[in-house]
Design a protein around this ligand. Structure first.
Ligand SMILES: [Zn+2]
Length: 250
């Protein structure tokens, strides 16, 4: 059992799981899951940034082999991969459709379980296309687990979800699947924003369903100017426009 203290960067979430918030006006949530043999870093962050400080903070907490998981392919989540490879990381997991060139291990439809040692497992799972074509959620399993799952940008707290690379209809379905996992997981860590609960996931799904319905109707009604629907879509003007664009494109 690991009882490492907190570090300058990482805050403890439970016996096995730590969280760091990295930079910027919308900080990225970087997860760290510790087992006896393997430590998993979830989304190491953008290319710019103090990666040596991040690695040092990880090493303060664990000297186990470090494995990286990317929740999806956006640069603010994966930019640090290259440096970590140079620093000796040998395995980077990402979804096969995430477009992560630095990934060494690709996950597809079948969930992948990593055994970290000491009874701690991490399950990488693709719930369907959503925020991007290749999103993964990263669930922590242990006997004394508090039910933490890292959701990447599949879940967004404190701001609208980002639609520019999304598959809105499938995203609604993926959020339904995530909701249905609430028997196993109760603490949902978004890519950006505060930890949320199953109720939040349910309401995010309902709002997105409503946004999808209103936008689809607007596209059917007014083929040339669906943007008239923007005021009644339950998101700000920027993301409402992106949502319509993604729906028109297919
Ligand atoms: Zn993203």
């Amino acid at each position: 059992m690991d009882h490492a203290p907190e570090s300058a960067l990482f805050r403890r979430l439970d016996d096995h799981v730590f969280l760091a918030e990295l930079g910027g006006p919308t900080p990225l949530n970087v997860g760290l899951i510790l087992g006896q043999d393997i430590a998993v870093l979830v989304d190491p962050g953008p290319a710019e940034g103090d990666h040596q400080a991040l690695l040092a903070a990880v090493r303060e907490l664990s000297s186990a082999e470090l494995v990286v998981v990317n929740t999806h392919g956006h640069p603010d989540h994966i930019g640090a991969n290259e440096l970590l490879l140079r620093e000796g990381v040998q395995r980077i997991f990402a979804h096969a459709d995430a477009g992560v060139e630095t990934a060494t291990d690709l996950v597809s439809a079948e969930p992948v379980t990593l055994h970290l040692g000491g009874g701690v497992d991490v399950v990488l799972e693709h719930l369907g296309r959503a925020h991007t074509e290749g999103d993964l959620v990263v669930g922590v399993r242990a006997e004394d687990s508090t039910g933490i799952i890292f959701c990447g940008d599949l879940v967004r707290e404190g701001d609208d979800p980002e639609f520019h690379d999304s598959y809105p209809k499938e995203w609604v379905r993926s959020l339904g699947r995530l909701s249905s996992m609430s028997g196993t997981y109760s603490r949902f860590i978004p890519g950006h924003g505060q930890e949320v609960d199953a109720e939040f996931i349910g309401s995010m799904r309902r709002r997105m369903q409503q946004g999808y319905n209103v936008s689809s109707q607007a596209i059917r009604d007014a083929v040339n100017d669906a943007t008239k629907a923007i005021p009644i879509i339950p998101y700000g003007p920027g993301e409402s426009r992106e949502l319509i664009t993604r729906l028109r494109g297919r």
